[in-house]
Design a protein around this ligand. Structure first.
Ligand SMILES: Cc1cc2nc3c(=O)[nH]c(=O)nc-3n(C[C@H](O)[C@H](O)[C@H](O)COP(=O)(O)OP(=O)(O)OC[C@H]3O[C@@H](n4cnc5c(N)ncnc54)[C@H](O)[C@@H]3O)c2cc1C
Length: 375
C-alpha cells in the first residue's frame, strides 16, 4: 500500500499575451460573477451550490459581487432558492419569478436569462453542465453572441482579470485553458461534483433585484403536456454517493461484475464502471465514471480491475480515499490511488465483501445492544 500525490495544476497558457486584443468599449461595463441556480420542480440541483463556491473564489479574486440568478415560478420553492443562495454566500440575487417558468423550456428561460444579462451586465456567468444547464448555456451564449467553455474542470482568474476556464481536450489527453477575450459575459459550464460543495452558513436574505418577464404562454412554441420522470433517473446517484465501488475490464466478465455490485450493496454504496464495460453491455451508461461519464467525489472509491486511464482519472480525482485493486503493479491507477492492492480482484472481492459484511453486522449488533441497555 502506498500514498500518492495528486495531479499538478495545469501550466499557464503560453503565448496568450500576443493574441489578446482590446476588450471593446461596449463590454467595459460588464462586472460581477453570476451563478445560475438550477431548480426543477422545486428542487435546486446541488451543482448550483458547488458553483456558488467556485463563483465566490472568482468574485473575491476580482473584488466584485457574487450574484445568484434564480428563475422559476412564483411560490415557496423559488423563495427558498433565493434564501439558500444567501446561505451559499451570494451578495445579491437576481430573481425572475413567473408561473410561465414552472417547467423548464428553452425559449422562456433563454429569454429570462438573456434579458437579465443585457440589463445588468455580468462579466462571468456560470451554469451546471447538467442536461438543463447545457441546453440553456448553449442557447444563451448563442443569443448573446459570446463564448462558452463547456464542461470545465478548473476555473480561475488570470493576472488581467480574464476568466481562465480549463477543460480536457483531445479525448482527455490534454488540458487546455480557454479565454473569452473579446466578448462578455465569459460563460462556462461545470459538471456536478467537479467543484467541492461549500459550507452553507445561516445568513439573512439580502438584496434581491427582481426582473419582470414580459412573456405570454401564447408566445412560447413548446408546450408541456405532462411530466414523465425518467424511469432510470432514480437508479444511480453516483455523483453524490459517499462510497463508490467500480469495476473495469480486469473484472473479466459480466458475471464477475456481480462481485463489484455485491461489495457495493454490503457497503451501502453506489456501483460504477469504466467505459469499456458500458461498451460491452455489462453495465448501463449511467454507471460509467470518467470524462464522458459521471464525475464522483466520494469519501471512499474502490476501483477493481481498472487501469486508471486519464479519461477515468479525471472523473475520480476528487475522491477523499482511492483504493485500487490491480494485478499489474505498474498500472497507472497506482500513480494517483491513495492505497494500492496488487492482487487478483476476482479472488479478493468475495473475502473482502464477507469481511465487510461481518464487521458491519457486528457493529450494528453492538449499536442495538447499547440502545437496548440505555432504554
Ligand atoms: C474520448 C474518450 C473518452 C473516454 N471516456 C472514458 C470515461 O468516461 N471513463 C472511462 O473509464 N474510460 C473512458 N475512456 C476510455 C479510457 O481511455 C480507457 O480505455 C478505459 O478507462 C480503460 O478501461 P479499464 O481500465 O476498465 O480497462 P483496461 O485499460 O483494459 O484495464 C484493465 C486493468 O485491469 C487489470 N487487471 C486485469 N485482470 C485483473 C484482475 N483479475 N484483477 C485486478 N486487475 C486486473 C489490468 O492490469 C489493467 O490495468 C475514454 C476514451 C476516450 C478516447
Amino acid at each position: 500500500m502506498s500514498s500518492k500525490s495528486r495531479t499538478p495544476a495545469p501550466a499557464a497558457a503560453a503565448g496568450r499575451a500576443a493574441t489578446k486584443k482590446e476588450l471593446p468599449e461596449r463590454f467595459r461595463a460588464y462586472k460581477h460573477v453570476w451563478v445560475f441556480i438550477e431548480q426543477e420542480r422545486g428542487v435546486v440541483h446541488p451543482v448550483s451550490w458547488e458553483l456558488m463556491g467556485a463563483g465566490r473564489r472568482l468574485a473575491d479574486k476580482l473584488k466584485v459581487d457574487l450574484a445568484a440568478v434564480v428563475i422559476g415560478p412564483e411560490g415557496v420553492a423559488t423563495q427558498q432558492a433565493v434564501a439558500m443562495s444567501f446561505g451559499y454566500s451570494a451578495d445579491l440575487v437576481y430573481l425572475v419569478a413567473n408561473n410561465i417558468l414552472a417547467d423548464y423550456r428553452n425559449e422562456s428561460y433563454t429569454k429570462a436569462l438573456t434579458e437579465l444579462v443585457n440589463t445588468h451586465k455580468p462579466e462571468i456567468l456560470l451554469l451546471g453542465a447538467t442536461t438543463l444547464g447545457r441546453d440553456l448555456a448553449g442557447s444563451v451564449a448563442t443569443t448573446l453572441l459570446t463564448g462558452l467553455t463547456a464542461d470545465c474542470t478548473g476555473l480561475d482568474v488570470d493576472a488581467d482579470g480574464s476568466l481562465a476556464a480549463t477543460r480536457p481536450t483531445f479525448g482527455g489527453s490534454l488540458l487546455c485553458t480557454i479565454y473569452t477575450l473579446n466578448y462578455r459575459p465569459q460563460m462556462a459550464t461545470v459538471r456536478p461534483r467537479v467543484m467541492p460543495m461549500p459550507e452553507r452558513t445561516a445568513r439573512p436574505v439580502g438584496r434581491v433585484i427582481t426582473h419582470a418577464l414580459d412573456l405570454r404562454e401564447d408566445d412560447i412554441v413548446t408546450k408541456v403536456l405532462s411530466f414523465l420522470p425518467d424511469r432510470d433517473s432514480a437508479k444511480s446517484n453516483l455523483p453524490y454517493a459517499d462510497i463508490v465501488v467500480a469495476g473495469g475490464l480486469g473484472i473479466g466478465s459480466p458475471e464477475n461484475f456481480q462481485l463489484v455490485r455485491q461489495l457495493a450493496t454490503v457497503l451501502k454504496a453506489e456501483y460504477g464502471c469504466s467505459r469499456p464495460l458500458v461498451q460491452k453491455g455489462w453495465a448501463t451508461a449511467d454507471r460509467q465514471i470518467g470524462q464522458t461519464g459521471k464525475t464522483i467525489r466520494p469519501k471512499l472509491y474502490i476501483a477493481a480491475g481498472i487501469s486508471g486511464a486519464i479519461q477515468h482519472r479525471v472523473g475520480v480525482e476528487g475522491a477523499d480515499l482511492i483504493v485500487a485493486i490491480n494485478t499489474d503493479k505498474n498500472a497507472p491507477i497506482f500513480d494517483f490511488a491513495h492505497m494500492g492492492i496488487v492482487d487478483d480482484a476476482i479472488r479478493l472481492l468475495p473475502p473482502l465483501t464477507a469481511a465487510f459484511r461481518a464487521r458491519l453486522m457486528s457493529e450494528s449488533r453492538g449499536r442495538s445492544k447499547a440502545a437496548g441497555a440505555s432504554s
